[in-house]
Design a binder for this molecule. Sequence first.
Ligand code: EPU
Length: 417
Amino acid sequence: MNKIIIEGNNILSGEISISGAKNSAVALVPASLLSDDIVEIDNIPNITDIDALNEILKYLGAKVKRDGSLMTIDSTNIKNKEIPESISSKLRASYYFMSSLLGKFKHVEMYFPGGCSIGARPIDQTLKGFRALGATVIEEGNKFIIDAEELVGGNVTLDVPSVGATINTILASVKAKGRTVINNAAKEPEIVNVATFLNQMGANIKGAGTSKIIINGVEKLGKCYSEVIPDRIEAGTYIVAGALAGDKLKISNIIPEHVGALLSKLKEIGVDMEVGEDYVVVSKTDNLKPVRIKTLGYPGFATDLQQIITPLLATCNGKSVLEETIYENRFQNVPYLNDMGANIEINGRKIFINGPTTFKGATVKATDLRAGACLVIAGLAAEGKTTITNVEYVLRGYENIIEKLTNVGAKLKMEEE
Ligand code: EPU
């Protein structure tokens, strides 16, 4: 286990360039095995979730080469093997292998996926998508045996616009016979990235980014070179860090539209920002106003930025209200922020943040990925020393976080616990 130690209250200025999106890359890598040829994916972030997916690809017999952010995957000779639970339980995205293997071999045996424990996170909608294509699903404890003599396009209306279920249904249906329609699909940019990637291989997917996606099955998928979009959650994290401790901190290589809901809230709060074509420049601002936020699917305010914005809301003059509608257990950062001097009450799915707070360093624990990132940015703004334990969670989703922050003036290091 590692810990991050931060000497807080230093001004952040200079430039942070954003890496490829974790939640796109973790879908593109498993999706690559649907190709009958070699696939190149660029802008892959160097994070431990990608290492875990690589381990699965290699276990299945794929040849994987990494050269900086370029990943070349040759899965022409892979075997359809049961992925050990010890690997698939490392991350949520392992279940993109469920759909890719089903799409390729019409049969898959896999365990319930892992992921941050921020709520129940069922996979019923993914299974609903598979069944709509004619597959049968047998559940044996937490193991799933999914089988289809033939996958045939069908119609599925998701009960909730789930990102994972939308991507899984796309992956299982690209090579199915005929036309599949997904209604009430999730609209996140990562879904558009997955559809673009598959279309570059020769798939026929229309409507990604809207709530109705149409997939016309094709027989073969070929070679392609594709790129991962910039990580909107990493971007949002550093933008909020800039709002807490920045002096003209530039966050570059972003698609501002992808963080539109965040930028709109920051404006409402009164944060000093300049938004360019592919960057944001942000500075710490005094006399911020409290605000109400409710998390929603894209293009609403992202749940993944909910914990991230909380330390900033704590510095506003007055009471902010934040409502989490996606996950049941995504306030595990709150007691630790209170240890650092915040005054936040949890009431069911809402938190009431009573500002203003001056953060003070403390020893705190990362309970999940975004909770860990939230504590890092609170630590950057805090007086004195903050120690964050359990930071393996943070390394799952943030490329070179220590270097990126050190380069803009933060004082922090990572040590073994
Ligand atoms: N849901 C169901 N049934 C399902 C699937 C989801 O009821 O079969 C519910 C979930 O319980 C949740 C909601 O639908 O309440 C949304 O879940 P979704 O399936 O959209 O989430 P996910 O695909 O499991 C991805 C990201 C998450 C991000 C969400 C929402 C990956 C690997 N993970 O999860 O990212 O919070 O979409 O945008 O792409 C993170 O990066 O920190 C993270 C947790």
